[in-house]
Design a protein around this ligand. Structure first.
Ligand SMILES: Nc1ncnc2c1ncn2[C@@H]1O[C@H](COP(=O)(O)OP(=O)(O)OP(=O)(O)O)[C@@H](O)[C@H]1O
Ligand SMILES: [Mg+2]
Length: 294
């Protein structure tokens, strides 16, 4: 019951915001950001949740799409249990509104489940119908953040190539840096992808982050002609793991911790960056994914 009431409150708030912005005539389309990494376990899911909360604290309406089919992801980290996911929308059993689960502080979460993969098995008109439903997300959120799996699978690459922007997470270890390079290399092998931002996680200090970011950006510049923006870093902080164990975001559980301070800075940096999207949007985004899968 509490869940339902909270969900209604959040949806009402979103609707109010939508109406207000439409009246003011400043309706902007949803900014779609994929969070990914070459190597697994470098902190994508922790980053996604806490970055989303930091963006919300700066006045953004944020929806997270959990696109990782692996275990221990957004739901486990927040102690929530989404009953339905995009698969149920695709099958026509649920609407988008039905599958949205409220997280802390009004954060909205959607589980991808096998819905995305299943698009490959649909007929053209069924894909169109599904995309029409996904269009509802436009206007519900200023930012859609997608937590992907690690690596170069078709699933991950589809999200990465379709998103407006990509945040690549790495840690300072050589294996993680090499895998991050492999990922951006695979991205540049395809013609089109969004702007790439780098976040260096679990660093001892700012200098270690700079050294790591430079290693990657120099080779990317030289061999791939790719410019990687260094969005910033997150310090190695024992409170991150403590927060995970209590299934609460560190940003809320440890608001003064060093990881929290870092993530707040990253959110502010992200909003400072100019965002001049093509006039497409959520529907076009999933349309591209359907194509990449088809
Ligand atoms: N800044 C940090 N300081 C200390 N520990 C961290 C930090 N960021 C992440 N961790 C720890 O790293 C581990 C992996 O984090 P997380 O699950 O977010 O990674 P992931 O990239 O999403 O993993 P996967 O690839 O399996 O989805 C967690 O145990 C978390 O506690
Ligand atoms: Mg994860």
């Amino acid at each position: 019951m509490r869940d339902q009431a909270e969900k209604l409150r959040v949806l009402a708030k979103n609707l109010k915001h939508q109406v207000e912005t439409e009246i003011k005539g400043i309706q902007k389309r949803t900014r779609i950001i994929a969070v990914t990494s070459g190597k697994g376990g470098v902190g994508k899911t922790n980053f996604t949740i806490n970055f989303a909360l930091a963006l919300m604290a700066l006045g953004q309406r944020v929806i997270i799409l959990d696109a990782d089919l692996g275990l221990a992801n957004i739901d486990v980290m927040l102690g929530i249990n989404p009953k339905y996911n995009l698969y149920h929308v695709l099958k026509g059993e649920k609407s988008i509104q039905d599958i949205i689960v409220p997280g802390p502080e009004g954060l909205l979460i959607i589980a991808g489940g096998s819905g995305i993969q299943e698009m490959a098995n649909l007929r053209r008109w069924q894909v169109e119908q599904f995309l029409g439903k996904l269009e509802e997300l436009e206007g519900m959120a200023d930012i859609l953040i997608i937590d992907t799996s690690a690596g170069l699978s078709r699933n991950v690459m589809s999200f990465v190539l379709a998103a407006d922007e990509v945040i690549v997470i790495t840690i300072p270890e050589p294996t993680a840096i090499a895998d991050a390079y492999g990922l951006v290399k695979a991205m540049t092998a395809k013609k089109k992808h969004g702007e790439v931002h780098l976040v260096v996680n679990k660093v001892e200090n700012a200098q270690e982050a700079d050294i790591t970011a430079n290693k990657l950006s120099i080779v990317a510049e030289r061999f791939l002609k790719l410019n990687i923006g260094h969005l910033g870093f997150i310090l190695d902080d024992p409170n991150v793991s403590k927060a995970v164990k209590s299934q609460a975001p560190f940003l809320l559980k440890y608001p003064k911790s060093s990881a929290t301070v870092c993530v707040k800075k990253l959110a502010a940096h992200m909003l400072e960056k100019e965002f001049n999207p093509e006039p497409s949007g959520v529907k076009a985004f999933f349309g591209k994914i359907a194509k990449l899968f088809g």
